[in-house]
Design a binder for this molecule. Structure first.
Ligand code: CP
Length: 315
């Protein structure tokens, strides 16, 4: 077991399955009237977010609290970074207060690896640049696994990941997580929104695959990460790559529709997700808590007993 979670690649297929299995236990905790266990009592989890977040930051905070860990939230705008303190000095200063895990989001690829090299604490990558967002990948495969009632892998499942793959850390981690469980992934995007080296099967024609996929995973258009006009117009993007009303009508009865959020309504998804029988977008958010509880427990519980998960509210 690694002391950090930085990428799905480093976690490996066995690690993806272990987290999903553990998330089942955490989901059971979350269904209790009082969803709190003393599993990580005495541990401290610090969130260090250099980029905006709603889902990841709040679900990690909730996950830590449900496991009875103490939480610290570092606010960039109110910190001594504004007085010129370096990232390294900032991390070492917080670590000196006694932190067991850092949850790090940063706009620069590789930042969580640097943080890991500066601290003895566990480091969880909550999104670095365009590169990786491993807990999003984990919650995505966990959501599909539970929706399909599977307990093992996802062998043979056909997954289309559609949209701005180039700028998307979610696309990379979610592809890696689905592949780790045996699913077949195809990227659907205009050439300008694919990375220069495409390791996956890819197509520019959504209509070619939409009738045959089991999972349609729509990515957010990353307007804040585009430095050039990579699509002629968002209306044209929606016409070619969006989930329009016409395409929604072509989805199979069991086709799952996913999105990591936040949604650009009318761009990548031009129908109300609430009208789609197979939409699991809200369930992705809910499952994010169980999966992040599983990750925190996996990394921090080496010296706690399994009885800690069975307990109720700590005194
Ligand atoms: N999916 C995701 O990472 O959302 P947030 O940016 O709100 O955390």
């Amino acid at each position: 077991m690694s002391r950090s979670l930085l990428s799905i690649t480093e976690l490996g297929p066995e690690g993806v399955r272990r987290i999903c299995d553990l998330a089942d236990t955490m989901a059971e905790v979350n269904r209790r009237p009082n969803p709190k266990v003393p599993a990580l009592r005495g541990k401290t989890v610090c969130s260090v977010f250099f980029e905006d977040s709603t889902r990841t930051r709040l679900s990690f905070e909730t996950a830590a609290k449900r496991l009875s860990a103490d939480t610290m939230t570092f606010s960039v705008s109110q910190s001594s970074l504004n007085k010129g303190e370096s990232l390294r000095d900032t991390i070492e200063t917080i670590a000196a207060m006694g932190v067991d895990a850092f949850v790090v989001r940063h706009g620069s690829t590789g930042a969580p690896w640097l943080v890991e090299s500066w601290t003895e604490a566990a480091v969880i990558n909550a999104g670095d640049g365009w590169h990786a967002h491993p807990t999003q990948g984990l919650l995505d495969v966990y959501t599909v696994r539970t929706a399909l009632g599977r307990t093992g892998g996802l062998d043979g499942l056909r997954v289309a990941i559609v949209g701005d793959v180039k700028h998307s850390r979610v696309a990379r981690s979610t592809t890696a997580a689905f592949s780790a469980l045996g699913a077949d992934v195809v990227w659907v995007a205009p050439r300008t929104l694919l990375p220069p080296v495409v390791g996956e099967r890819s197509t520019e024609d959504l209509d070619e695959v939409i009738d045959s996929v089991d999972v349609l995973y729509l990515l957010r258009m990353q307007n804040e990460r585009m430095s050039e006009a990579l699509v002629p117009h968002l209306r044209e993007y929606t016409a070619r790559f969006g989930l329009t009303r016409e395409r929604a009508a072509r989805l199979g009865p069991g086709t799952i529709v996913m999105h990591p959020g936040p949604i650009n309504r009318g761009v990548e998804i031009a129908v109300d997700p609430a009208e789609l029988a197979g939409a699991l977008i809200t369930r992705q958010v809910t499952n994010g808590i169980a999966v992040r509880m599983a990750v925190l427990f996996d990394l921090l519980s080496a010296d706690v007993t399994s009885h800690a998960l069975a307990g109720g509210v700590p005194a």
